[in-house]
Design a protein around this ligand. Structure first.
Ligand code: ZN
Length: 219
């Protein structure tokens, strides 16, 4: 029998945000990562590229890589909506903006990391959410094989729906390892994606306002 571990047990000691009750509750005990299967596959890759998987330096590598994948893809087994269940009723209808939310994800084309910052704004419609919840939502969606474009849209669509917001704006800036360690070799280039929903999409002034708040200080 292959060794299997619950993804939530990895999540509770990984990442920037300590696990809270909701995070633990969002893990489904039935969803497991097959570590043994990953170990075998990594060993096979090492042999296929011409390495000796049994040499001392590589002996523990399949196990380390298996645990790493369980950690970085833990979001596959978590529901981001679990972080959005507690909304507060608030008569506040101005923009809420959280800047510089650091995130780490893995590109689904090369299984290499892309990392950067997310900026998220919303226009409340009578309901607001605790500030720590948005980074948690991003973390769940980012810890999956991803594309930055899709990640940006998923965050925007989810917040739009769950908060019943008047508008949501998500901008993500990231550096992709698959552009720096292979292929075009362009270190230092950053990739910017945005998703505008509701008022941010429909009203130029609202969109301009959020973009200047996000990028305003930069030259
Ligand atoms: Zn890639």
């Amino acid at each position: 029998m292959g060794q299997r571990i619950a993804v939530t047990s990895v999540a509770s000691n990984g990442g920037d945000y300590p696990a809270d009750d909701e995070e633990l509750a969002s893990g489904n005990a039935g969803e497991r990562v097959d570590l043994d299967r990953i170990r075998k596959a990594v060993r096979e890759i090492l042999a296929a590229v011409g390495e000796d998987p049994d040499r001392e330096g590589l002996r523990e590598t399949p196990d380390r890589v298996a645990r790493m994948y369980a950690e970085v893809f833990r979001g596959l087994h978590q529901d981001p909506r679990s972080h959005l269940s507690k909304l507060f009723t608030q008569k506040y209808d101005e923009m809420v903006l959280i800047k510089d939310i650091q995130f780490e994800s893995f590109c689904e084309h090369h299984l290499l990391p892309f990392t950067g910052k997310a900026h998220v704004a919303y226009l409340p419609n009578g309901k607001v959410i605790g500030l720590s919840k948005i980074p948690r939502v991003i973390d769940v969606l980012a810890r999956r094989p991803q594309m930055q474009e899709r990640l940006t849209e998923e965050v925007a669509d989810l917040l739009m729906k769950e908060l019943d917001a008047k508008g949501v704006a998500v901008v993500m800036e990231a550096t992709h390892s698959c552009m720096t360690v292979r292929g075009v070799y362009k270190p230092g280039s950053s990739f910017v994606t945005s998703a505008m929903r509701g008022a941010f999409k429909e009203r130029l002034a609202t969109r301009s306002e959020v973009l200047s708040l996000i990028f305003g200080g930069k030259s």
